[in-house]
Design a protein around this ligand. Structure first.
Ligand code: AMP
Ligand code: DBH
Length: 549
């Protein structure tokens, strides 16, 4: 076992200014509740109700009541403390949609440690970065999932780190610490924490060379969770199917797993996102609600005529993460029999919902309106001047649950936020006369692959490490199914390598599969303007335009 290492404390960058903290507390938005006490408090109210249904790491089907979940979390909490992991330490969580995800999440919260939310798709490049950058004390994985062995990934990650984290494994742990061992303890009490403190680090889809981590506080996130649950009609009778990766901000908090647990409802974890699996679970567990990205919603629409499953319990299908075209949104109610709710959100904060009782036109053609009257929305032109009402421009926002800065990224923060604390979302929007937001495009250098975000610069940095590559620009290309896919324009030294060789190169560098370019296009040189020099931003735009023609 790794010896206990004292981890550096988390330096909370860019906290909310005191006058705003006072405003949000005064309005009752921010309370004293923390994620350490969240589950114990719900267990007092909802003890015998079923909290989570799903498979465990060994593929056994589990149904945990609130009391079961709280008991597991409390025992695992002691196990974590015994390993030397304490309040404020960072714990990289990389678990698929299994019940252990919710147990470990609640255990980490209970001791006041900070989850860092990795996705199952991440590989050594991302996980190594999260561990190093957050100085993680622990890294939690499932032994194996979807044909991939996460213990092998853990070996690669640990071998590369100066201060390796404890590796904790759900399922067969090999040489690492089994999660089962952590459970074999007496329950730990819930930590007493300040609700204004950072509760976890969430991931941003990012636009920069390295991923950005998002510090969210107990008070700000719980406010968004409570209000989301209210807006989306979540209550103790809600049975939510979690199809998207559970650690993603959307299925976690909009209103997601946390919104359901807040309300005493039941979370049903889908082991895979296929319509067959989802339809079977909707029928057998009488699911009332789910959240999807547009390509999955399209797949459900396409699969419905072939399925005789009873989906009549499903009341609400939320769709977000990328723009859901109106033509598709229109089909949901007639073909699936449920209300569609558009969700335009970001892990940095701001979340917009169409309301369940909005008229059809609003639901189908807009991406919703903000959670809070204190969500401040600015739509600005390229020179940071407000556009005329209803005109299209850059969306900036500030509010009671939107961060004021990324974790430990002062330089990036100086451009990603205005001096008065507005977050530059990079989204191009217009606001309707009823205050609803319509997403019209994007200014940031990101590819949105059906809800999976890829930062152009991150992929470019990996590609230029190839010895034959002189220069590279990664851009989006339109795609019927995903909305967008990734294309890398590459200038090489001498004879270009095979596209496949470049993709293999990226995979071997440990980049998540969804970031590997869908297409590699070799060019002799990049287009230049009359001045002979163009910025990378313009270059990406020029190249993307050639794919659209
Ligand atoms: P992230 O900052 O990585 O959490 O990703 C949030 C981004 O996803 C937003 O800034 C948008 O670019 C995009 N996004 C999320 N939901 C929607 C939606 N419903 N329509 C269009 N874009 C969306
Ligand atoms: O795409 C997102 O990041 C997102 C979408 C919908 C999100 O973070 C959210 C809702 O909370």
């Amino acid at each position: 076992m790794t010896s206990a290492i004292r981890r550096s404390p988390l330096v909370a960058t860019a906290p909310y200014p005191p006058e705003f903290a006072e405003l949000y507390r005064g309005a009752g938005y921010w309370t004293d509740e923390t994620f350490a006490q969240f589950l114990p408090a719900r267990t007092e109210r909802f003890g015998d109700r079923v909290a989570v249904i799903g498979a465990d790491a060994r593929g056994e089907q589990q149904r945990l009541t609130y009391r079961d979940l709280d008991e597991s979390a409390a025992r695992i909490a002691t196990g974590l403390l015994e390993l030397g992991i304490t309040a404020g330490d960072r714990v990289v969580l990389q678990l698929p949609n299994i019940v252990e995800y919710v147990e470990v999440l609640c255990a980490v919260f209970r001791i006041g440690a900070l989850p860092v939310f990795a996705l199952p798709a991440h590989r050594s490049a991302e996980i190594g970065f999260f561990c190093r950058f957050s100085d993680a004390a622990a890294y939690v994985v499932a032994a194996e999932n979807g044909g991939f062995d996460y213990r092998g990934l853990a070996r690669d990650v640990v071998a590369d780190l100066e201060r390796p984290p404890h590796v904790i494994v759900a399922g067969d742990a090999a040489e690492f610490t089994p999660l089962a061992e952590l459970r074999a303890h007496e329950p730990a009490p819930a930590a007493d924490l300040d609700s204004g403190a950072v509760a976890f680090l969430q991931l941003s889809g990012g636009t920069t060379g390295t991923p950005k981590l998002i510090p969210r506080t107990h008070a700000d996130y719980l406010y968004s969770v409570r209000e989301s649950a209210r807006i989306c009609g979540v209550d103790a009778d809600t049975r939510m199917l979690v199809v998207l990766p559970a650690a993603h901000n959307f299925p976690m908090s909009s209103p997601g797993i946390l919104g359901v647990l807040h309300s005493g409802g039941t979370v049903v974890l889908a082991p895979d996102p296929s319509p067959d699996t989802a339809f079977a679970l909707i029928e057998s567990e009488k699911v009332t609600m789910t959240s999807l990205v547009p390509p999955l919603a399209m797949a459900w629409l396409a699969a419905r005529p072939r399925s005789d499953r009873d989906l009549s319990s499903l009341q609400v299908m939320q769709v977000g993460g990328a723009k859901f075209p109106a033509e598709a949104a229109k089909r949901v109610h007639p073909e699936l029999g449920c209300i569609v709710q558009q969700v335009f959100g970001m892990a940095e904060g701001l979340v917009n919902y169409t309301r369940l009782d909005d008229d059809e036109d609003t639901i189908v053609t807009t991406q919703g309106r903000p959670i809070s009257v204190h969500d401040e929305i600015r739509v600005l032109d390229d020179d940071d001047r407000p556009v005329a009402p209803g005109e299209t421009g850059h969306l900036l926002t500030r509010g009671p649950y939107t961060i004021r800065g990324y974790y430990a990224a002062p330089e990036h923060n100086s451009t990603a936020f205005t001096p008065d604390g507005f977050y530059r979302t990079g989204d191009i929007v217009r606001v309707t006369d009823t205050g609803y937001i319509v997403v019209e495009g994007r200014a940031k250098d990101q590819i949105n692959r059906g809800g999976e975000k890829v930062a152009a610069e991150e992929v470019e940095n990996h590609l230029v490490a190839h010895p034959a590559v002189l220069d590279v620009a990664v851009v989006s290309m339109p795609d019927q199914y995903l909305g967008e896919r990734t294309c890398a324009f590459v200038v090489t030294e001498g004879e270009p390598p095979k596209a496949l060789a470049l993709k293999t190169f990226l995979r071997e560098r440990g980049l998540a599969a969804y970031k590997i370019p869908d297409k590699v296009q070799f060019v002799d040189a990049f287009p230049v303007t009359g001045v002979g020099k163009i910025s990378r931003v313009e270059l990406r735009r020029a190249l993307a335009a050639t794919l659209r023609d």
